[in-house]
Structures are given as C-alpha cells and as structure tokens.
Design a protein around this ligand. Structure first.
Ligand code: B12
Ligand code: SF4
Length: 586
C-alpha cells in the first residue's frame, strides 16, 4: 500500500449512523450531500496542494462517503493500517462534532504517537475547548491555513519550534496549552488553487475513488466550484461566515478575493476535464462593480461552455443580468430571499425587498437564464408558523407570474441542525429571540450522539416557534411546495408522490418517537420495529435531490484528457525530479 506523509480524514456527522436509527430529516436537502454531510471541505484540496509543493505526500480519505457506500467498510481497520506523520481532521461544519471527535479518538488509540490536527471554522471557534480532548494535539485556526499548515508539518517532521507558527493552538508533552494568535489572514485568494486534477490523480494513485469523491453522487453529477472570497460583507444573523464572525473569530477585517484572471484560469482547467456545471461561490458584485465587470470580461474571453451558476446576496439589476447573459453561454442564478416577509428578511439581515426580487426574476426570465433557484428558510427571527405558510403562498404567486417557462425553482429548508457558532444570534441569542439547547462542543457532541430525530438535535428554538413548530412547519411547507412544483410542471407526478409519501412517513415516525421518548420505552417491540423502518426515509424528505441539479452533459468527463493526465503523472513519478521542500508565500 502506498504511504502518505499527511492524511486528511473527513468524518460523517454521526459516527455509527449505519447502525443507529435516527430521523435525520431535511437538514441537508438543499446541499449536494446526504444527511450525514459526506462532503469534505474543498479547502482539503488546496491544503494538500501546498503540502505536496513543499515535498510532503498527502492523501484524503472521505471516511463518511466510504461508510455510506459500503456497509462492510470498516473505518477503524483502514485507519489502523495507515502510517502517516500526521492526521488531519476537519471540524469545519459544526454538525460533524460527534463524528470527527469519535474518529479522532479511534485514530489516537491506534497511533498514540502520531499528532492529530484539527482545523476549519468550528475548530477555530472552539479551539480552547477542543484542545482539552486528550486525542487532539494541534488546532490550526482561521479561514486560510495553507501556509501555517506547511510550517506545522515541517515542524512535526523535523522537530521544529511551534511557538512561531501563526494561527496555532497546541499542547506540549507535559500537557501545557499554548495559543498563538491568528495573524496569518491573507487578503487575496489567488494562492488558493482548487486543482481538480489533484483528486483525479490521487484516486488512481491510491485506487480509492470513494475516498476522494466529494460527495456520494458526484460521479453522476460532477459539479465543481470556484471560491471567490474569504470573508463576507454581509451580516446574516445566524451565519458563521458573516462579517461579524469573520472579524471576531477569524481576525478577518477585510474581504480576500480571487483575481478575475485566476477565476478564468480555474474555469478553463475545469472545462478541460469535466463537463458538469461550475458554481461561482460568493456574489461577484460583493467586491464592487468594477471587479464583477472584470470577471465577466475574463469569462467571456475564455468562451466557457459548461453551465455556470452565480449566487447573488442581493438580487442583481437588469444591467448585470444582461452582462451575464453576454458573457456566458449557459447561466444559472441562485438568490436566497429566506422569507417572503420583508420584516423577517430584514431581521435575518438580508438587505433587499420583494420588488428587487421580482425585478431580478423578471430580468432573468427575459434574458434566458437557464435556472433561477430561490431559497427560503424556516427557523428565522420573527418568523411564525403562519409566516412560513405565507412564504409558500408567495411561491405560488411567483410561479404563477414568472414560472411559465419552468426556469423558476423555489426551495424551502430548515435552519438546521445548528445556528452557526460565532454568528450574531449565537453570541446574542436573547437580542434576536433565540434560545439554545446546547452551547459547548461536549453538549453538542452528546446531543448528536443521543438524538433520535432532527428535532432533538436542533440546537435552538425561537420565541416565535418551538423546536416542534420549526419541524412541523418545515414539513408542511415542504409538502405544499412539492405540490406546487407538480402543479407548475417542475417535477413529475411520480416524484411529487414519492416526496410527499416520504415526508408524511417521516412526520408519522417523529410522532411515534416523541411518544416513545415520553414513555421512556426503548426496550419494547414498538421501538425495535420503528428503528428498522427508519433508515429508508432519511433522504428526499421535503424535496427531491435531483431537483437541485443544473444540467450536465451526457459525457460527464473528458476521459482522454484525464487518461493523458494520469499517464503524465505516472511518467513524472517514474522519471521526474523530486521537488525540494520550499516555504510557500501567500
Ligand atoms: C461554499 C460553502 C458551502 C459549500 C461547501 C463546498 C465545500 N465542499 O467546501 C456547500 C454549499 C456544499 C456548503 C454546505 C454546507 N454548509 Co457551507 N458554506 C460555504 C461558504 C459560503 C463558503 C466557504 C468557503 O468559501 N470556503 C473556502 C474554502 C476554500 O476553504 P475551506 O473549505 O473553508 O477550508 C479552509 C479553512 O476552513 C480551513 N480548514 C477547513 N478544514 C480544515 C481541516 C484542517 C485539518 C485544517 C488545518 C484546516 C481546515 O483551512 C482551509 C484552507 O485554508 C460558507 C460561508 C462563508 N462565508 O465562509 C458556508 C459555511 C461554511 N457553511 C456552513 C454550513 C452550516 C453548511 C452546512 C452544514 C449547511 C447544511 N445544513 O446543509 C452544509 C454542510 C455540507 C457538507 N459537509 O456536506 C456554515 C458553517 C458554520 C459552522 N461553523 O458550522 C458556514 C460558515 C455558513 C453557512 N451557514 O452557510 N457550504
Ligand atoms: S449567509 Fe449572508 S453573511 Fe453568510 S456568507 Fe452568505 S451572504 Fe454572507
């Protein structure tokens, strides 16, 4: 078996999800992963890229995806056989709290002398608590860790000094804890190159497709992304990547962005390998009109042929829509109004009104936008059960007015399972009308480990809706929206029926679980029977996952280019020179 110096492990949200009966619900219905969040942070690819440039071999193992793909796959056995210099875990998205801690503990049991490094947004927020777990040795904080990571691995490999590594929290042999400040906060993301050839090459090196693919259905739907920014100029109240959180948690005072030339370069590279849609993550207008103009100019110059999706934090004007249309052959747009109610939307922190939304939709429809995805949410400040239902009325109004050519797709999903740590609502719950059921890492870990349904791992409720109302309004709204999608021809009657059946079944089970919890009867036959049945209803609960997909060509990959790439990399390996470790600059 080929060895790697540094192994990155991505865990499922709940370690033994294959054995436990849990109603995960619609918590991941509007992202590509399933409810155990098998997608690894794309930052893994740039971290590996920087380490490889510095002369260290790396490997990503998507444990979550491998567990999902085979009931026989034994993560402990695979981990036991690895022999790296360091193991890295993402506790980036907080829902991974139980899974990542459990797998780190197992890893330490088999490799007591190999350092364990944690990183990502949640690790940064909770670094002081996490470093107290006996199996965690290092935490690399911040939203940009490539350079500190290279420094850390060099120090681990060569016995260096940890006190000068920026962004690092660590323990020494005696258990003393040190916190280096977050001082590495680059203001450009040009140095972050998400090289999609990297996972492809590595898949062949380690013969481990499931360990590398980002999420379970990626081979069927190979969507790629370009990350424009680190940071955000907006302050959506529950968001752990907002301006507020970036300043207070990541020491990021200003936006870091990718130059338009780099955007074009990455898109070109994607297009040469993969025929799937690409998603530009982060509103191109966030960094000003001149920046957005340059990006569109560069995209036009490369004549990008795949579908391209843009997200807008504020609905774009017709002027911009026309520019987009002129720059890209096939374009799709995402906007998140969150609620139809302007007061709720304002309370959440989205700075636009319904007139702006409708003007943008009309402009997009007029200018041949391929798909307009509108995202609504439950669990917002000032949002009541009635208000959630009125959001669905608003969706019907929009579909009636703008939905004739079937480009407009509304979605509704819950703010779940957690309000993001470090967000404004997290820091000032009372001010925003929120109440938390868990605050610490350990409380969240236990909650995820023990909960039988997503109602019990929602970490909050509001003064306008209890946990129970958030759950039930989400299902009711989802069922109604599903029916609207059928009525307006967005989904087939068969899919609509399937989604409705699953949602209704989930509701019935939630009620049964509530009654079992009330009675404390976990040994009876009823619970045994229910737990057997639950497994099948964890996906497609309020929308059909394929609804989210932008079109993909029949030939999803450019096989000849990929084979050439593999051949080139094998040749380099056999006859090429080894690169000496160099310290990367940002
Ligand atoms: C793009 C994005 C996504 C993409 C993810 C693409 C991907 N595979 O990375 C999609 C749309 C799929 C997504 C999904 C979700 N997201 Co999201 N997402 C974002 C967003 C908008 C940008 C993130 C970004 O730009 N990353 C830049 C890339 C290049 O870097 P990176 O992957 O973060 O990695 C760097 C660092 O984080 C760190 N790092 C990460 N992991 C590790 C591990 C180690 C060992 C080390 C050392 C460092 C390290 O170093 C990396 C390199 O510098 C942020 C908001 C924001 N403004 O930041 C929310 C955000 C990160 N997402 C969030 C959430 C909650 C989710 C979901 C759980 C939502 C849900 N319920 O469905 C899911 C989880 C999906 C899954 N795992 O399967 C929260 C996280 C809050 C928290 N602390 O938990 C954020 C902050 C805001 C939000 N609410 O959307 N998301
Ligand atoms: S949810 Fe709001 S604050 Fe968070 S990244 Fe998106 S626009 Fe920025």
């Amino acid at each position: 078996m080929k060895k790697a110096d540094v192994v990155f492990l991505h865990s499922p949200s709940i370690y033994d999800f294959r054995k436990k009966a849990v109603i995960h619900g619609p918590i991941s219905d509007v992202v590509p992963s399933g409810p155990i969040f098998e997608m690894y942070p794309i930052g893994f690819i740039s971290l590996c890229g920087h380490l490889e440039k510095a002369g260290f071999s790396t490997r990503i193992i998507n444990i979550a995806n491998k567990m999902l793909n085979s009931l026989n796959y034994d993560p402990e056995k695979e981990i036991k056989n690895l022999k790296p210099k360091a193991f890295c875990f993402d506790l980036h998205w907080f829902p991974h709290v139980q899974g990542s801690l459990k797998i780190a503990e197992i890893t330490k049991k088999h490799h007591p002398d190999v350092p364990i490094i944690f990183g990502g947004y949640s690790s940064t927020y909770f670094h002081k608590e996490l470093i107290n777990y006996p199996f965690i040795d290092f935490i690399l904080k911040g939203d940009s860790t490539e350079l500190p990571m290279v420094m850390l691995i060099k120090a681990i490999a060569n016995g260096g000094d940890f006190s000068s590594i920026p962004n690092l929290t660590y323990k020494d042999n005696k258990g003393n804890i040190y916190h280096n400040e977050i001082t590495y906060v680059p203001n450009s993301t040009d140095y972050v190159y998400t090289d999609y050839t990297f996972p492809i090459r590595k898949t062949f090196k380690f013969f481990d497709l499931n360990g590398y693919i980002p999420f379970q259905t990626w081979m069927k739907y190979p969507v790629t992304a370009i990350f424009l920014y680190r940071g955000c100029i907006h302050n959506c109240r529950t968001c752990g990547g907002s301006k507020f959180t970036c300043e207070n948690t990541f020491n990021r005072k200003e936006l870091a962005f990718k130059s338009p030339e780099k955007v074009a370069e990455e898109l070109k590279s994607i297009e040469s390998l993969i025929n799937g849609p690409a998603f530009i993550i982060g509103d191109i207008l966030q960094n000003g009109k001149a920046y957005a103009d340059e990006i569109l100019k560069e995209i036009k110059n490369i004549n990008f042929k795949n579908h391209l999706a843009f997200e807008f934090f504020v609905p774009p004007s017709e002027e911009y829509i026309v520019k987009m249309k002129n720059a890209v052959a096939k374009y799709n747009v995402e906007i998140s109004p969150e609620s139809h109610d302007e007061e709720v939307r304002r309370a959440f922190g989205r700075p636009f009104n319904n007139e702006q939304i409708e003007r943008a939709i009309a402009g997009l429809v007029k200018n041949n936008c391929n798909r307009i995805d509108l995202f609504f949410m439950t669990g917002l400040p000032k949002q009541t059960y009635k208000s959630v239902m009125e959001t669905i009325d608003y969706c019907e109004y929009l579909l009636k007015k703008y939905g004739k050519d079937k480009t407009l797709y509304p979605f509704i999903s819950p703010l779940a399972p957690f309000v993001d740590p470090g967000s404004e609502v997290w820091e000032y719950p009372e001010k925003y009308g929120y109440k938390f059921f868990a605050r610490t890492v350990e409380e969240h870990r236990v909650m995820m480990e023990n909960a039988l349904s997503w109602k019990y791992f929602l970490n909050y409720e509001t003064i306008w809706m209890t946990r129970d109302e958030i759950v039930h309004s989400t299902y009711e709204a989802g069922i109604r929206l599903n029916e609207l999608k059928r009525k307006y021809g967005l989904i087939s009657p068969k899919i609509a029926e399937l989604v409705e059946k699953r949602a209704k079944t989930a509701i019935a089970y939630l009620e049964k679980i509530d009654s079992i919890i009330e009675r404390g009867d976990f040994n009876g036959d009823e619970w045994k029977k229910i737990s057997k049945e639950i497994k099948d209803i964890n996906i497609h609960t309020i929308c059909y996952k394929d609804e989210l997909n932008w079109p993909v060509s029949f030939y999803k990959f450019n096989i000849f280019k990929i084979l050439a790439l593999i051949g080139k990399s094998a040749f380099k390996k056999l006859f090429g020179k080894k690169t000496a470790p160099v310290l990367e600059k940002n």
